[in-house]
Write a protein that binds this ligand. Structure first.
Ligand code: SF4
Ligand code: F3S
Ligand code: FES
Length: 254
């Protein structure tokens, strides 16, 4: 008996299907219009383990349950909008491969902690962005109409290079036990963004920012727990930046 000959498209479809696994996504659902309580819901889907958690969420939303609600935009680790708690750890869904999560067991997905959940995986980011705004995240110079560029040495630029990488995803702040406690602490993301300007040789408002962070809910509330550094998808040395701001507050040298 002759074997049927597959065309190119069929071969590609078969190759893709051969790689599929069945994975369970255990998602924390919350819809205040239906219930005051959140609850877990399991979704079993076929998916290539080389895909990302964001791909799985899309598949569930587009093929199984259109009410599943989450934020995402760039899908490439740039916009910072899809931080969530995956298997108990803060990560970006678009940067987390399913194969790295032991997909033979259910993969849990829930909203980040410490901020009010509005629906499913979406939290109210207003307090997070208010803390960011409070540290004056912009360059302050006397006279804002320069006639030529503001020079800076490579060493001076290097001083705050790490903290320029922040994408404001909130993975750090929402993994901090001090922030979970009462939500009043400025949080690591705001301090990282203050650091970015405090140590910029062109900026003239370092003293002001330091005074803002000298508040009872400022930098001294950090207990050096390192959760923030572990959670940062950009690999920023968050705790080190916080320590540098504390030191600058004591020495007034930046
Ligand atoms: Fe996200 Fe890292 Fe910025 Fe925190 S410091 S908001 S974890 S990118
Ligand atoms: Fe929180 Fe990070 Fe400090 S987790 S306690 S801000 S080191
Ligand atoms: Fe933009 Fe993940 S969707 S960072």
């Amino acid at each position: 008996m002759s074997t049927p000959v597959m065309d190119k498209e069929e071969r590609a479809a078969k190759a893709a299907a051969d790689h599929l696994i069945t994975a369970t996504f255990r998602i924390r659902r919350f819809n205040p219009e239906i219930s005051a309580e959140a609850s877990w819901e399991d979704f079993r889907i076929e998916i290539d383990p080389k895909e990302r958690v964001l791909d799985a969420l899309h598949k569930i939303k587009w093929e199984v349950d259109g009410t599943l609600t989450f934020r995402r935009s760039c899908a490439h680790g740039i916009c910072g909008s899809d931080a969530m708690r995956i298997n108990g750890r803060n990560r970006l869904a678009c940067k987390t491969l399913i194969k790295d999560l032991s997909p033979s067991k259910p993969i849990s997905v829930e909203a980040i902690k410490g901020l009010t959940v509005l629906k499913d995986l979406i939290v109210d980011m207003d307090p997070f962005f208010q803390a960011y705004r409070d540290v004056m995240p912009f360059l302050v110079t006397s006279g804002n109409e320069p006639t030529r560029e503001r020079h800076q040495t490579a060493e001076d630029r290097e001083r705050f290079d790490d903290t320029t990488k922040c994408i404001l995803c909130a993975a750090c702040t929402s993994s901090c036990p001090v922030f979970w406690n009462d939500g009043q602490y400025f949080g690591p993301a705001a301090i990282v963004n203050a650091h970015r300007f405090i140590f910029d040789s062109r900026d003239e408002a370092a003293e002001q920012r330091l005074e803002i962070l000298n508040d009872k809910d400022g930098v001294w509330r950090c207990r050096t727990t390192f959760n923030c550094t572990d959670a940062c998808p950009r690999g920023i040395e968050v705790t080190k930046a916080i320590q540098e701001v504390k030191r600058a507050l004591i020495t007034r040298r930046f």
